[in-house]
Design a protein around this ligand. Structure first.
Ligand code: HEM
Ligand code: HEM
Ligand code: HEM
Length: 416
């Protein structure tokens, strides 16, 4: 009986051991398959971190498992289908408002402009998603991503095209932190193209546990491109320099030195042209972002008001000048032109500030702008205050520029 019992327990033990070994082998095989059945694209983007994208397609399923990770140094990170923005299905990932998790926003792109959130793309968030040690990670399953309104994925392709994009870094632009999937994103600081072996990505096992090596992927010939929002920088610089620096200088040419109407109109005409070119670039920029495409923002409306005001101001100045030349006496347009000019500069200062906050400029850029505006404002108030004080001292509330000695000979448009 005893002998029977012990041989029976021996049998049971051996059986258990075999089962254990078997399960162990299954674990090993599935661990191996976890990395086998996934394609991984790894791209070093900073000295210590990578942009990583991995894909697993479970056998016989159209559900796709995605892993996307990259440094929080970038305002957002994104991957998209295809070899260009147009018609791409994109996944944009950024920090949530609390900076303790990520927001994953599926978007569709219609061209080289901000992609638009698509509520019809269904995502399940998977374990491992979050922010840790300066890396944002998004693990998710997409239930209907093999085809969408404007395209589809080729699951049999050994070199399916993909694109990636990295948002701006913090020096010029405030970091995006939002829980909203429709949050505005700013133009990339880098983008690129790569290919992935979709066949290698197909199989059971879900997402891999390690992403250190690239598997079944390659950076395309066109590789990566550094980019910036240069139209926005040119727009901001030309509009601000023209309206906030050059136009007050034109007033100084009239009232301080060389007290010349000619210098005034040449300067004001050139700065109006520079400002108008800046505003035209503003119209081009407006086509690029969802927030600006309907021209309803305070910045755009005020900008258009300034555009009309500058044209009116130029016409007024010119008409006043022609009439003065004809009748040799000040016109009713003169005081309107005078005060309207100051209003334009003030509106432009306000609009520059609104533009900066609207386009998520960093705190340092906004502080820099405020300091420059303050310095220019103080200089203008001191100079023009002094010029007023001078004219009051001479018992004259208003000095007609054409009557000043220094205008003779150089003040007229035609030089007479
Ligand atoms: C506000 C958002 C975005 C804007 C305004 C934008 C704008 C642009 C513009 C103007 C270009 C042309 C650049 C040139 O030719 O020099 C471009 C190219 C590109 N962008 Fe974007 N982009 C945005 C978001 C994205 C995202 C989220 C991705 C990645 C998923 C991306 C990937 C690319 C790629 C791969 C190219 C080169 C191929 C192509 O021209 O389509 N972009 N983008
Ligand atoms: C006096 C007139 C204007 C001034 C001084 C001005 C100034 C600025 C400034 C300083 C920025 C911030 C740029 C940045 O942070 O990179 C900006 C952004 C912008 N402006 Fe203007 N602007 C003016 C008129 C306009 C007009 C008339 C439009 C279009 C109708 C326009 C469209 C835009 C757009 C779309 C942006 C956002 C760009 C982005 O998000 O990157 N602006 N503007
Ligand atoms: C859009 C462009 C222009 C702007 C923003 C502008 C702005 C100004 C401003 C602010 C003043 C008042 C200076 C003061 O404080 O006394 C002024 C005065 C004057 N401007 Fe212009 N100006 C422009 C174009 C012109 C043009 C094209 C002409 C002539 C061809 C002109 C002729 C004058 C004259 C004659 C005065 C003196 C008016 C008076 O006090 O009797 N301006 N302008």
């Amino acid at each position: 009986m005893l002998a029977f019992q012990s041989s029976e327990s021996l049998l049971t033990q051996t059986f258990n051991l075999n089962i254990g070994l078997f399960l162990c082998i299954i674990d090993l095989v599935s661990a191996a398959s976890a990395s086998n059945f996934a394609s991984i694209f790894n791209l070093p983007v900073t000295s210590s971190s990578n942009f990583t994208f991995a894909l697993n397609i479970p056998n016989g399923s159209t559900d796709l498992n995605f892993h996307l990770s990259g440094p929080t140094d970038y305002s957002w990170i994104a991957v998209g289908t295809g070899d260009k923005m147009k018609d791409s299905l994109m996944f944009v990932v950024y920090s949530n408002a609390g900076q303790n998790n990520v927001t994953i926003s599926p978007r569709l792109s219609s061209g080289e402009q901000e992609p638009v959130y698509s509520s019809s793309i269904s995502l399940d968030i998977l374990e491992g998603t979050g922010i840790s040690n300066g890396t944002m990670t998004a693990n998710f399953r997409c239930l209907n991503c093999t085809s969408w309104a404007t395209g589809s994925l080729d699951l049999q392709s050994a070199s399916q095209s993909w694109i990636y994009g990295l948002g701006p870094t913090g020096s010029m632009c405030a970091m995006l932190r939002s829980n909203s999937m429709t949050a505005s994103i700013e133009r990339h600081s880098e983008y690129g193209m790569f290919t992935m072996d979709m066949v290698r990505a197909t199989g059971s096992g879900g997402l891999p546990t390690s992403y250190t090596a690239s598997i079944g992927s390659a950076l395309s010939d066109r590789g990566k491109t550094h980019d910036s929002n240069w139209p926005s920088i040119i727009h901001a610089l030309s509009a601000c320099v023209a309206f906030i620096l050059l136009m007050p200088t034109g007033v100084a040419f009239l009232r301080i030195a060389p007290k010349s109407v000619r210098w005034h109109w040449i300067n004001q005409t050139s700065s109006a042209v520079i400002g108008l070119i800046g505003i035209m670039i503003g119209f081009y920029l407006s086509t690029m972002f969802t927030k600006s495409q309907n021209y309803g923002s305070a910045h755009q409306i005020l900008g258009i008001v300034i555009l009309i005001a500058v044209l009116a101001q130029w016409i007024m100045g010119f008409s006043h000048h022609l009439m003065y030349k004809r009748y040799q006496s000040p016109t009713k347009l003169a005081p309107v032109h005078r005060y309207f000019g100051h209003v334009i500069v003030l509106l432009a200062i306000v609009n520059g500030g609104i533009g900066l906050t609207w386009s998520y400029a960093s705190k340092s850029v906004i502080i820099g702008y405020s300091i420059v505006v303050l310095i220019l404002g103080v200089i203008s108030i001191l100079l023009f205050g002094w010029s007023r004080w001078e004219s009051r001292r001479n018992k004259k509330e208003y000095i007609n520029p054409y009557e000043l000695e220094s205008f003779r000979g150089i003040g007229d448009i035609d030089g007479n």
